[in-house]
Design a protein around this ligand. Sequence first.
Ligand code: ADP
Ligand code: MG
Length: 485
Amino acid sequence: MSAWKTVIGLEVHAEMETESKMFSSCPVVDSVEAEPNTAVDALSLGMPGTLPVINMRAMEYGIMVGLALNCEIPPINQFARKNYFYPDLPKGYQISQYDRPLAVNGYVDIELEDGASKRIRVRRAHMEEDTGKLSHIMDGSLIDYNRAGVPLLEIVSEPDISSAKEAEAYARKLRSLLRYLGVNSGDMSKGVLRFEANVSVMREDDTELRERTEIKNLNSIRNMSKAIDYEAARQIKLYRDGEGVKPATLGWDEEAQRITVQRYKERADEYRYFPEPDLPIVEVSRDMVADIRARLPALPDELRARFVNELELSHYDASVLTAERAVAEYFQAITDGGVEPKLAANWLITDLFRLMNANEVERDAIDRIPVSAANFAGLLTLVQAGIINQNTARKQVLPEIWATGADARAIVDAKGLAQVSDPAIISSTASQVLAQNDDMVQRYLAGNEKVLNALFGKIMGAMRGKGDPAVVRRVLLDKLAGMKE
Ligand code: ADP
Ligand code: MG
């Protein structure tokens, strides 16, 4: 029998971080910082007699996302009532969109580990309002309505994703796009971005998709990935045991690292959708779409192509540098300051990221580290001009900038770290070192080439690391050659 493969479709809920809610002027607040139920109004609470008004800024944000996902933006939008009863939904219905969503038929290209890319189709993106937040505490439940009515864009993929790794790449790409657009912080710990994974498995030679389950409450991309792997294996085992898979809503138990069944779906959910009678149809003119498109920032795919084509960076370096908007901007600030792109890329990806990792700073916080882009550019300019060597820059200057924020040039001057390139000075130090290490010199002359690096290191050490490596190497070779004769 043919092998099993995994089929995944992701539903992504992204709050559009506007100032006010989707259908009223009630402010949107940070769901973790704000006191519960302090950002509510009659509309968020679903009071009778209130009427919604569309937040056009949220619609604009949604269209920006639709365009970034290569979607078509239909000319007519209509809101619809999705009816269901749950305590986090005070009106008893959610205003959403049904058959006339904001964006349709798009795609996202994801990068796979082998360097290949894969296109994941986006079925639709529709605008709706977020619900309140329930916290189950002991044997009761608490409700915070601050979140109720916050603009929420739901982005639905086709079932084109074939592994947890691909799901992770898709999720990261979407998160990056939202952050580039400035419409969503991507902070999953605050719930502003939430993923649900629809998972099924099938035989390679099946002609139709099989029953799927839906995993909810995934609070991080890592957990999503683990939950998908777990669920695919669970389903394969169910088929092997002859039990079959029943449609179900699942959760991921982080503590136990396993899937839990929340409920089996006996039949499809019945939401009795109908057009929202309190809101007009929204016409999205072609002029409006063109205008929004013209104002989109450069997005990661485009930037990456530019970095590869114009700056001649490797595909890998360009991907790393464009994954986060803040990193791309930091990099561009350095190269705009006259630093050679390849040098800038190497230093950023190797040295700066290493320092950031050691200090547990996320990449997207690069605009808030003690090493400003201007200062980093200054450091690399000193390296580029040969004023300090790479090792001094790496081992002595960069950590000092991180610790104190001081200017690179000032550190070099204060500590006397400037590189010594004068062959006369290097030659006299080299002579002393060779005289003190005659045993090594003899071994070299007897044919042991490996001793060369040790001698080089000793001369550099004697110069407190400040020697110009190229000149030191040349002087050393000259002297040794002279001794051979
Ligand atoms: P609805 O929720 O309106 O019924 P669908 O069931 O068609 O819509 O799809 C919801 C999500 O589930 C989409 O992201 C879709 O790609 C995904 N999906 C649909 N069928 C499967 C399947 N058999 N396996 C995995 N994902 C699926
Ligand atoms: Mg949904």
